[in-house]
Design a binder for this molecule. Structure first.
Ligand SMILES: C[S@@+](CC[C@H](N)C(=O)[O-])C[C@H]1O[C@@H](n2cnc3c(N)ncnc32)[C@H](O)[C@@H]1O
Length: 221
């Protein structure tokens, strides 16, 4: 779901005891306005670095929910997101996550990183500036356990092949046994990079997204 930057973690407990989820706060108009601001920031990021951002608008709520299901976010203790962008996907993962889970969001763009660091106010959320290549170092520096899920929107098709290969290898290495690697992509390049380390992927399409994307899911043996 597209949420405004006013999302709060503290009402997570309220959701558990059956009370309404008040995290979004504000009126629908305020939320729409916040989502529109995210869309504009995202488009600006794309215009500055089209190959790095790889899409003109953030993921749809349909895609976000498919990612939540494929990665089994609700049961994960540690989730790593690669390429959170303006944070819509991060908020959807936090909404689905346990109250004792952690989301580490690794973002290459300093602008997007600064934006989500100030906009997402949730004790379970950790924003990290840098490349997905360094996922192992980032986890170790924060003493985080092996992730149960790594969810990636970074464009494997436009990055140098050696970088893409190193990222796929690093993900396979850090994932917990039984952990899921979920990648949403327009093209299928990610499959060439990850399959040597994780075996064949399950592939689905999410048509309710602009543009429609493939969602690849690997499970580490
Ligand atoms: C298609 S956008 C996805 C944004 C958001 N998760 C969504 O679905 O709306 C890809 C994001 O990956 C980031 N990115 C690209 N290469 C990266 C890398 N090597 N490490 C971390 N982030 C990267 C981009 O800056 C951009 O924010």
């Amino acid at each position: 779901m597209r949420h405004g930057p006013q999302a709060r973690p503290r009402a997570t407990a309220a959701r558990i005891d059956g009370a309404p989820d008040l995290r979004l706060g504000g009126s629908p108009a305020r939320r729409l306005f916040a989502a529109a601001r995210d869309d504009i920031a995202f488009l600006k990021g794309f215009l500055q670095h089209p190959d790095q951002v790889g899409s003109v608008i953030p993921s749809s709520s349909f895609l976000e929910q498919r990612l939540v299901r494929c990665a089994q976010v609700a049961s994960a203790r540690c989730v790593v997101e690669l390429g959170p962008g303006t944070g819509g996907t991060s908020r959807a993962f936090l909404d689905a996550m346990r109250i004792d889970a952690t989301l580490l969001a690794i973002e290459l763009s300093p602008t997007f990183h600064a934006r989500i660091s100030s906009a997402i106010d949730d004790a379970r959320f950790m924003a990290q500036l840098g490349s997905a290549e360094h996922i192992a170092e980032f986890l170790a520096a924060r003493r985080l356990p092996a992730p149960d899920a790594v969810i990636s929107g970074i464009p494997f098709s436009t990055m140098p092949a050696d970088v893409a290969g190193r990222i796929a290898q690093a993900i396979a290495k850090v994932l917990a046994p039984g952990g899921r690697f979920v990648a949403y992509q327009l093209r299928a390049h990610v499959s060439d990079y990850a399959t040597p380390y994780l075996g064949p992927a399950r592939q689905q399409w999410e048509m309710l997204n602009i543009p429609p994307v493939r969602v690849f899911t690997w499970t580490k043996a």
